[in-house]
Design a protein around this ligand. Structure first.
Ligand code: SF4
Length: 73
């Protein structure tokens, strides 16, 4: 009984929406993680695991420098 325990996500990508220009560059580089949501802003998918290289590349190439990792402790 009970639900299977999931590995805790160590860190999660975050977008500072106050700086995001919605250029969609992160979605192009890492579409499984970043997407433009119906509310009209960039969003981060809820995943059990995030592809580090892809997120790091999107963060490095974000023209507004607004992608970072949040440590979940
Ligand atoms: S690359 Fe940066 S500025 Fe462009 S949509 Fe993504 S988070 Fe926003």
């Amino acid at each position: 009984m009970g639900s299977p325990s999931r590995a805790r996500v160590a860190r999660v990508p975050d977008i500072d929406l106050s700086r995001c220009s919605r250029c969609m560059g992160c979605e192009e580089l890492c579409p499984g993680v970043f997407h433009f949501n119906p509310a009209g802003y960039m969003d981060v998918a809820v995943l059990d695991e995030y592809p580090e290289e892809c997120v790091d590349e999107a963060a490095a190439k974000c023209p507004e420098d607004c992608i970072s990792w949040i440590d979940m402790g």
